[in-house]
Design a protein around this ligand. Structure first.
Ligand SMILES: *Cc1c(COP(=O)(O)O)cnc(C)c1O
Length: 373
C-alpha cells in the first residue's frame, strides 16, 4: 500500500511561512535593539499575556517546568508536602513536585474528559496535602468549580497546569480565576509556541510576584544584590516571537476547533472513542486524541499510509521506571489512567492542517476499522 498523501504531525514550518514577515520583523527588532535578556520586549510580552488572560501579572520564565516548580516554591509548597495531580500528563507536572521535595499523589482521570476525576480527589487528601495541580489536558480545562470547592474545604493551594490550554475556558469560569496561579509552556509544540523553550506564570496574587522575579534571576531584582535563586529567564527573542503569535492565538484556537469538527464529521459512525468536550467548555484541541484498544496496530497502519501520529502519553507517570517515588503510595491503582496510556493516539492537529488532510486521515482510520470488523 503506497501512501496517497503525507500528513505530518506538526505544522510548525507552515505556521512560520504564514507569519513569516511578522516573525522575521520581530526577530530583527530584538537583534537590532541590543537588549536580549530581561529587556523591553520581554516586559511588553508579559503585559500582553497578562491582559490576554485578564489577570494582573505574567512572569516569563525559561520553561513550563520552571513555571511549575518555581511557583510551587513561591506559594510555600515544599519538602514533606503532598501535591495532588494526575498521572496521565506530561512527565514535567510530577517532576516539578518531586524537584521541590514534595510528593506527588495521583488521582485517576475521568473516563470521558481524561482530566482529573474530581469525585476521586477527596479520598486522596491527608493532613500533609498542601496543593492541587489540575492539568488542562489536551486543551480542555479541568472542572475548576469542583476543584475550588475542595480546595476551600481543605485549605489547599491550586496551581493550574495550563501548558496545553491557553485560550480555553470553562462553561462558567476562566482560566486563572479560581486558582492561585497558572503555569504555562511555550515550547514549539504548544498552542502558543516559540522556536525553542519558554514558559510563564500568570497570577493575580501580589505576594508571589517578587519571589518569582527573584527566583528566575539568581535571587536578584537589584543589580549585584542576590539571594539564592535560579536562572530561568524568558529570552527577549522568544518574547518577541510570542508577541506576534499571541495576537493570532484566538484565531489559531478557532481553527483547531474547526478541525476537530471536521474529524468528528468525517469519522461519523466510528466505534473509536473521539475526544469529549464538556458542554459549554472551550476545548482548544492542543491535541486531538482518540482511543482504541487496537492503538499500536492503527498507528502502524496510518504510518504506512503516510499519516504521522504520536501518543500522549503511552506510559503513565506512576508506571515510569525513572520516576522516584517518595513517601506516597508507590503503586496507586489508576485504571482509567492506565487505559488512557494503552489506547491513546494523537492525530495531526494544527491550524494549518487542510480539510483534505483531515478527510484523508479519517478515511484511513475508517478503512482500518473495516479491515478489523
Ligand atoms: C509541555 C508541558 C509541560 C512542560 O513544559 P516545558 O516547557 O516543556 O518544560 C508541563 N505540563 C504539561 C501538561 C505540558 O504539556
Amino acid at each position: 500500500m503506497s501512501a496517497e498523501m503525507k500528513v505530518p504531525f506538526y505544522g510548525h514550518v507552515r505556521q512560520y511561512h504564514n507569519l513569516k514577515s511578522e516573525i522575521d520583523k520581530a526577530i530583527v527588532d530584538v537583534l537590532e535593539s541590543g537588549k536580549y535578556t530581561m529587556g523591553p520586549t520581554l516586559k511588553r510580552f508579559e503585559e500582553e499575556l497578562a491582559a490576554y488572560m485578564g489577570m494582573k501579572y505574567a512572569i516569563g520564565v525559561n520553561s513550563g517546568t520552571d513555571a511549575l516548580w518555581l511557583t510551587l516554591l513561591a506559594l510555600g509548597v515544599g519538602k514533606g508536602d503532598e501535591v495532588i495531580t494526575t498521572a496521565n500528563t506530561f512527565f514535567a507536572t510530577a517532576e516539578a513536585i518531586w524537584l521541590i521535595g514534595a510528593t506527588p499523589v495521583f488521582v485517576d482521570c475521568h473516563p470521558d474528559t481524561r482530566n482529573i476525576d474530581v469525585t476521586k480527589i477527596e479520598e486522596k487528601i491527608t493532613p500533609r496535602t498542601k496543593a492541587i495541580i489540575p492539568v488542562h489536558l489536551y486543551g480542555q480545562p479541568a472542572e475548576m468549580r469542583e476543584i475550588r470547592k475542595i480546595a476551600d474545604k481543605y485549605n489547599l493551594i491550586v496551581l493550574e497546569d495550563c501548558a496545553q490550554a491557553l485560550g480555553s475556558r470553562g462553561d462558567d469560569f476562566k482560566i486563572g480565576e479560581l486558582s492561585d496561579a497558572v503555569a504555562t509552556s511555550f515550547i514549539t509544540a504548544k498552542n502558543l509556541g516559540t522556536f525553542g523553550d519558554g514558559g510563564a506564570v500568570i497570577t493575580n496574587r501580589d505576594d508571589i510576584v517578587e519571589p518569582l522575579l527573584r527566583m528566575r534571576n539568581h535571587g536578584s531584582i537589584k543589580r549585584s544584590v542576590h539571594s539564592v535563586g535560579w536562572n530561568s529567564r524568558l529570552d527577549d527573542l522568544h518574547a518577541g516571537i510570542l508577541s506576534v503569535k499571541l495576537k493570532h492565538l484566538d484565531e489559531f484556537n478557532d481553527a483547531r476547533i474547526e478541525r476537530a469538527k471536521w474529524y468528528e464529521e468525517f469519522l461519523a459512525g466510528t466505534k473509536i472513542k473521539l475526544p469529549y468536550c464538556k458542554p459549554g467548555y472551550r476545548h482548544v484541541y492542543h491535541l486531538y486524541v482518540i482511543e482504541t484498544p487496537g492503538r499500536d496496530d492503527l498507528q502502524a497502519f496510518l504510518q504506512e499510509r503516510g499519516v504521522e501520529t504520536l501518543t500522549h502519553y503511552p506510559i503513565a507517570i506512576h508506571q515510569q521506571e525513572g520516576f522516584p517515588f517518595g513517601a506516597g503510595d508507590p503503586h496507586p491503582i489508576l485504571p482509567e489512567t492506565e487505559k488512557n496510556a494503552a489506547q491513546c493516539l494523537s492525530l495531526p492537529m494544527y491550524p494549518e492542517l487542510t480539510k483534505d488532510e483531515c478527510k484523508y486521515v479519517a478515511d484511513c482510520i475508517l478503512e482500518w476499522e473495516r479491515s478489523r470488523a
